[in-house]
Design a protein around this ligand. Structure first.
Ligand code: 3HC
Length: 350
């Protein structure tokens, strides 16, 4: 989207023994660090270290893929929503996730990578997406649990990203977080309705909490001691809190909500520690997390097969959009070949 403006890349070949070049690089680095420390936003045309650019492309694109793949578990329930109101709300939520994917791909493109490259990485299994979307949605209560827990965890992780040092990502996150907050509330409202309903409905809500609690805690990523990127990403102010800090904040905020619902968090070790003012909680099953990341979760194969199929089925739309853009240069396309000749003959300037 904005990548045509990226004319100040850091990849021009330089001689390592050239003292002027080294001094120039150090000065650029120092200026970049100063700006990050001063809470200035780094913008697409600003100089940035290649490793900062690569980290952002990795994180933003994985985030975009997560939003898009994340449409599947809930999309599965649109036709089975229990009322027209529930259907309209769920439809709107799933559409929001598609929108989030698009803002995020656009933000990643400002770093000089194309959307096609990013989508190829996902389809070829070279890019990750969030572990959480590899679990099945078995009952309607899962729509409640996803909104409450998964979107709740997403907000906890993403609100600090609104202060990310990279401007386009930070700005995309402002809008995304507003929408995620609606998603969390609609999920909590489903859980509230079920937990105040019949014994069968309460049991459904409890079952959904039992199945989604631990995967929601895993969304925050590995322990800080195992996290490859946290330290550098925090120094660059991409991440503002570590994985463990955010997981703790999520538990502290969510356990009282579970109590309000009258549901039991499935963790025998869970208790409140008066001394620290935080909940102490048990250990997620990290071998399960590793298996999901290796593609061996309950729904990994299904999610990717569906995404590949949707991509193939959407080919005609992409081709039609390209053909339209070529015919309508004023809306961004450049006419080529006989089309351009025809326009030129008719006195229309491309
Ligand atoms: N699922 C899959 N992979 C994960 C993961 C998870 N839950 N948590 C960590 N990982 C991966 C990392 O991507 C990294 O792998 P890589 O080097 O191949 O990229 C590896 O595990 C080590 O983890 P790190 O802690 O070092 O990685 P990060 O510093 O990138 O931290 C993160 C992980 C906290 C998820 C961070 O990338 C982040 O904040 N990303 C932006 C938010 C995001 O992507 N959220 C995904 C959910 S989106 C969503 O929930 C949609 C909503 O509508 C519900």
């Amino acid at each position: 989207m904005y990548s045509q403006g990226l004319d100040q890349r850091d990849d021009a070949p330089r001689r390592v023994d050239d003292p002027a070049a080294t001094a120039h690089d150090s000065a650029l680095h120092a200026r970049f660090d100063e700006r990050v420390d001063a809470e200035e936003k780094i913008e697409p045309n600003d100089w940035m270290p290649d490793s900062y650019r690569r980290t952002l492309i990795r994180q933003i694109s994985q985030h975009a893929h997560s939003e898009v793949i994340g449409m599947q578990p809930e999309g599965n329930w649109i036709t089975r929503a229990p009322s027209l109101r529930r259907k309209a709300v769920l439809l709107a939520k799933v559409q929001d996730e598609a929108g989030h994917g698009l803002y995020l791909y656009a933000a990643a493109e400002t770093l000089g990578v194309t959307r096609e490259e990013l989508v190829d990485q996902l389809l070829e299994g070279r890019a990750k997406y969030s572990s959480i979307f590899n679990y099945p949605t078995l009952t309607w209560a899962d729509m409640g649990a996803i909104g409450w827990l998964v979107d709740g965890a997403a907000i906890m992780n993403q609100v600090p990203l609104c202060r990310c040092s990279y401007g386009p990502y930070a700005r995309a996150m402002v809008r995304i977080c507003k929408e995620e907050s609606f998603h969390q509330r609609q999920g909590f409202e489903i859980m509230l309705t079920l937990s105040r309903g019949t014994a069968e409905q309460t049991a459904m809500a409890q079952d959904a909490l039992d199945r989604w609690w631990w995967p929601a805690l895993m969304m925050f990523g590995p322990h800080d001691s195992e996290s490859t990127h946290s330290e550098q990403s925090m120094a660059w102010k991409i991440k503002r809190f570590s994985n463990d800090e955010l997981r703790q904040k999520f538990v502290d905020a969510t356990v009282p909500q579970a109590k309000f619902l009258g549901l039991r968090v499935p963790d025998d070790d869970l208790h409140y520690d008066d001394a620290t003012g935080h909940y102490v909680f048990g250990e997620p099953d990290w071998s399960e997390f590793a298996a999901v990341l290796r593609g061996e979760g309950p729904c990994n194969a299904q999610r990717m097969a569906h995404r590949r199929r949707a991509h193939d089925e959407g080919r005609w739309v992409r081709e039609a959009a390209e053909a339209h853009a070529a015919k309508h240069p004023r809306s961004g396309g450049t006419p080529v070949g006989p089309e351009a000749q025809q326009w030129a003959n008719a006195g229309v300037r491309a």
